[in-house]
Design a protein around this ligand. Sequence first.
Ligand SMILES: [Zn+2]
Length: 429
Amino acid sequence: MDENLTVLTDAFVGVTDGKFTHIGTTPPPESERPAKIIDGTGMVMMPGLINCHTHLAMSLLRGCGDDVPLQQWLTERIFPVEARMDARCAKASALLGIAECVRFGVTSVSDLYFHTDSIAQAVAETGIKANIACSSSVFKGGEFDERRFPACIELRALRKNWHGYDNGRILAEASVKAYSSTHELWDYVTRFAAEEGLGMQIHLSETAAHQAQSLEQTGLTPAQVLDCHHAFDGRTCAAHCVHLTEEDMTLLGKRRVTAVHCPVSNMKLASGRADITAMVKHGMNVALGTDSAASNNALDMFRVMKLAALQAKDMQKDPGVLPAPAALMMATVCGAKAQGREKECGMIKTGLDADLCLLDFTQPHLIPCHDLMSHLVYCATGQDVVLTMVRGKTLYAAGKYPTIDLSKVMEELRSYAIPTLFGEKEDPS
Ligand SMILES: [Zn+2]
């Protein structure tokens, strides 16, 4: 995924101290004999995928409420379970989510949730990269006090304890809820993000109802209202962007906002189809995300790439729209840019972090291979990943998770997290 979309066959890739140090069709010189050799015969190496919209701690809510509209889904299925979520459940659930991510070739995520200290601990232990934002809302009518309000305390703690952890493997980010919180909170959070140099993660214009509600209450779209409160002054990821107006796209393009397209989640909840072709034309960066395991219900970015490409073609009634290399770019280089990591990952290039995955291309569904990039988008799934590496460290290889004690995680889910969230009788394990 370098600037020339180079594809090398029969290539050698060298990794030293966590970075790519050799890429070419000849092996490194004899003087640089590697300590360890991984034989990639029959495999394809690509940059690790970057999932720019996750709620890792919701992994245990997978499949617990399907086939209902967003508002009903949230109020009847999700919120009652989340009310029982504690720090311990969040960590166990996040570990499960991270295991799924690395299993499917993801090397970096942008996560938005509560219990961010637990999520950061899970990220720290497992070796994946993450931009972690703390979801903050104060429902209108409540008195706002930045010193006492829990989400403000959590945001400050996240910044203090985790921002820049392990040489920037974890980055803290801020977040505001566009629809249900007070403007004093937005002003505090956006000011804090600007002062501390933090990125922002926001859910934006996910449903027609959100858009209509904002217009009715303020006469402005959610993007316009948030812009008044400086939400887009710094690096911002706006998840969904399904119902943006033409003016919104012009504004967000000018502010260099990234739209994080989550087509699987949007289609599953029948929220609508985001017009990413128009967003790109308006100068917005477009990255991809799964959204949570509750609304996707898998954290498989290969399936997201495929659906993003198909949906864009169908919307424009043109099969030439969003070709495979463009979908791959959205899941790699555009994702790295969205996370402020474009100088660090997203490509296989000397000097960048060795964040990569290997896919087994000897399987029947990947033969013959006339076009590698087409296969990665239209044929492969996360199941084809056989190795995932972050900064040269193997996080997944051939069914094993060297940094995650999966049986311990499963035991914690069975004995504590699932009973806490769902009650003993409903144990779905
Ligand atoms: Zn979301």
